[in-house]
Each structure stands twice: as C-alpha cells, then as structure tokens.
Ligand binder design. Structure first.
Ligand SMILES: [Zn+2]
Length: 463
C-alpha cells in the first residue's frame, strides 16, 4: 500500500472541511451578479495550490475569468501529469427546488449514498472532483511519494463554453508541456461498477432548405403538377437511412475507426437492462442500426437525426396550400476519426445530388465539434485502469459516451496530449440540476485512486 493512503485516511475530516469552504463560494460564471465571487474562487484555488506545495502558482488573467495555474517539478526527467478542472459552477436556479440552500453545503444520506453525500452546487461538477486532485497531490507530497511532475490548470469558464481556454493554451504551450492530461469531470456507472470514459462523440450540424415554386400555391389548382417542397424534403430525409439503419451518404463511414472485438467485449460488461430502458421512455422497443447493441448505437456509432422540421401551414383548421419551401435542422453525431468539416461536405454534396428537378436545395453548416478517444491500450488508460482496480478491487469498464466534451479534442489538437477522464460522479448526482450532490464515498475513493494513477503511470512510461 502507498504511504499516501494513510495520510488520506488521517485527513478525511480536514479534506471535507476544506471542500465545504470552497462550495460556499457562489462562483456562477453565467451570471454577472457573481463576478466577484468567481474571481474570489480563483484566488481561493490559488491559495489551495500554494498550501499543498505547488510552485509558480498564478492566477492568469484572460478576456473572461482567470485560469489558475500551479506546478511541482520534482525532476525534469520524470513524466509530467497535467490536471484540468474548473472552479465555476452552473446557476442554482430554480432555487426553490433545492432541499437545502445551494451554497450552504450539507451532508445528507441518500439511497445511493448510504455513507452520505455533500449537497451543494458544484459538489460534483466540478469543485468536488477537481479538489480530489489537490488533496491526492497533497498526500503524495506529504509522504514523499509524488512519482511524477504535476501541473494544474483550473479554469473558471467551463460552464459558459471555455471561451478563453483555447487562447490560453495556444499562448502557453511550453508551460503546459506534459505527458498526459487527467480530468475528473465525468461520471462512472455505479459505486460498485467503476468505469472510465474513453471516448466522446463529435458533431456536424446543418440546416437545409428546399425551395419549390416562387410562392405558396393553391393545392387544388397546382397539386400534382409541381414538386411540393415538404413532400420532397420528407423523401430526401427518409432516404438518408437504409432499411438496416445505416446512413446512406456515400463515404460517411469511410474514416470511422472501428473498435477492436476486445474493447467491444469490455464495453458490453456495462450493466444494461433493455426492459428498464424501454420502460423509462415508455417505448415498446429500441430502434437503430442493425448489428449493434443499444449502448453501442448510442456511443461508438455515428448517427443522423432530424432535430426540427418546418414548412407550410400549421395553424388552426385547414388551408389548402403547397408551400414554397420547407426546412429542417439535422445533426450528425460523429465518432473517431470522422472530421466534422469532411462529413458536412459529404452531406452537402449528397443532399444536393438527390434533389429532383423542380426544387432548389441549400445546406447551411452550423457549429461542429471533433470527437475524441483514449484507446484502452494507451499508457494513460492502462495506468488509470490499474489504479481503479487497486482501490475498487474491480477492473473498470471502458465506456464511450454519446455526448461531446470539446476541450478534450482541443487538448489533443493544441498540446498533442491524450486525456484520461477519471470521473467519480454518478448520473444520479444531479449536476446542473437542483440538489446537486457528490457521494462522500466517491470523494474519498477519488482521492485514494489518483495516487495509484501517478504510481502506475510512472511505472508504465518507464517500461
Ligand atoms: Zn463540469
């Protein structure tokens, strides 16, 4: 056992008291009323970094809220771990739905957290999870066990889109040099089913318009004679999937990185009840691409969905009209290595090519985002997996998330670094919702697991 574990055991109360102080600051980045509090929170993080022995601690100004930096270089020849987290929180509204005030942390027992959970805005997302890293590093330093150099980069604008993080990273590439990034801002499947998020989907988003006649027409006089843009748009959209649920855009799957059978088998160990899933949504059955499980369809496979569709007369009663145009918004969730710009291009060419004569089609691209993946055979993943195995007595399950975390792709692009998402929260922790909480079990388990990550990362990288 690592010596740091004894230090953690002895300091459980102190760690929790410190977290409570941090949670009392309403660092809501979205609401200008709290600007001072967000800045105060940055100062408090800086102090926290100094107190645990970090050097070169700085509150780095940006065009928005500051990014707090600190480092401890024990020996330049050792591997370096870069920790990312955020100190800003979501607004607490609607406040009346909180069972205790959002910025007066309280410990309460819940069914899922019999050992108690700390209720406060930011408890899980991300103050509680970010603070685990400070305390784990403190424990390693106090016991002389820190086996890697460490750098912290804690930002204050994650909840409003990390707008100034990109510039900061571009301007500080040398300072941020590392071998791996670790982030605790995601979750795991359950307290007895540890898991590590290994992949995130990207996004391509387009808006389409189909224009037929130059004005709305009488459906009696013109019906049957001209292309009806709504009919045509519906047909075009319907043709984007085949009968097996595959997307028909030529080249759409060309760059998809297929998972190894081993990784699919590991992923399949995640508990999943088809019946519960359907019951929760009040549907008779799931629907999707042939050959993949529901979990796979929602994570490792790309998708295409209409998010909105409009056109023609939608008011009360009947109006016999052939509308001049029809529109839809369409999102495509992408997987590694599908590039959003290329997919948007393929979509546009295909959509234009399937339009019949008699209509004009325009495709307008909206924002997109890159996907990201940390392979399970990478050193970072392996070190994290061994660390979880040590503290949970169970091998964690690799999980691909269907959602996106744009900063992970940005880290890879700008710093050339993979990110290990060591999240210890649970889905039920109500992040972004009233009564957000974070299990004490999870808080301490995180602090205990992190030193093993450093230990194994040092060992594996030197192999
Ligand atoms: Zn977060």
């Amino acid at each position: 056992m690592l010596q740091s574990q004894k230090f953690i055991e002895k300091n459980r109360e102190k760690f929790l008291d410190e977290l409570i102080l941090l949670l009392k600051i309403p660092s809501v980045s979205a609401n200008p009323t709290f600007t001072n509090e967000v800045n105060n929170c940055a100062e408090m993080i800086a102090l926290g970094l100094k107190n645990i022995g970090m050097e070169k601690v700085e509150v780095c100004p940006t065009a928005g809220f500051p990014i707090v930096y600190g480092e401890k270089i024990i020996n330049p020849s050792l591997p370096t771990v870069l920790v990312y987290g955020h100190y800003d929180v979501q607004p607490a509204d609607p406040i009346e739905l909180w069972i205790s005030p959002p910025f007066e942390p309280q410990i309460k027992q819940t069914e899922i957290h019999p050992q108690g959970a700390i209720f406060a805005r930011g408890a899980c997302d991300d103050k509680g999870q970010m603070f685990m890293h400070l305390k784990a590093v403190e424990a390693m330093l106090q016991t002389g066990e820190l086996p890697c150099n460490v750098k912290f980069m804690i930002e204050g604008e994650e909840e409003i889109g990390s707008e100034n993080l990109g510039v900061f990273i571009k301007n500080n590439k040398e300072k941020l040099k590392a071998d791996i990034i670790i982030v605790s801002d995601t979750g795991m499947l359950a307290n007895d089913v540890p898991s590590i998020t290994t992949g995130l989907r990207g996004l391509s988003y387009v808006e389409v318009e189909v224009v037929g006649p130059n004005r709305d027409l009488h459906s009696g006089l013109y019906g049957g004679c001209v292309a009806n843009p709504i009919n045509i748009l519906s047909e075009m959209i319907a043709s984007l999937h085949d009968e097996e649920g595959k997307i028909t855009i030529p080249g759409f799957y060309d760059s998809v990185l297929n998972l190894s059978d081993e990784e699919r088998a590991e992923m399949a160990k995640a508990p999943f009840s088809h019946k519960d899933y359907c019951t929760a949504l009040d549907i008779e059955d799931t629907y999707g691409e042939v050959g993949y499980s529901t979990l796979e369809r929602g994570s490792i496979r790309p998708t295409l969905d209409v998010n909105g569709i409009w056109g023609g007369y939608i008011g009360e009663g009947a109006k016999t009209v052939i509308a001049s145009k029809a529109n839809a918004k369409i999102s495509m969730r992408l997987v590694p290595n599908q590039a959003p710009e290329i997919i948007t291009d393929l979509f546009t060419k295909h959509f234009e090519s399937i339009a019949p004569k008699g209509v004009k089609v325009t495709v307008k691209p909206h924002h997109g985002g890159e996907s990201a993946v940390t392979p399970i055979d990478s050193i970072g993943y392996k070190a994290a997996s061994l660390a979880y195995e040590k503290t949970f007595n169970k091998k964690p399950i690799p999980v691909r998330s269907g959602g996106s975390i744009p900063i992970v792709a940005m880290f890879e692009k700008e710093l050339g670094l993979k990110t290990v998402l060591m999240g210890f929260g649970l889905d039920s922790d109500a992040i972004h919702s009233p009564n957000e909480h974070f299990g004490l079990f999870n808080f301490y388990k995180g602090i205990e697991t992190i030193p093993y990550f450093y230990y194994y990362f040092n060992q594996l990288i030197n192999k």
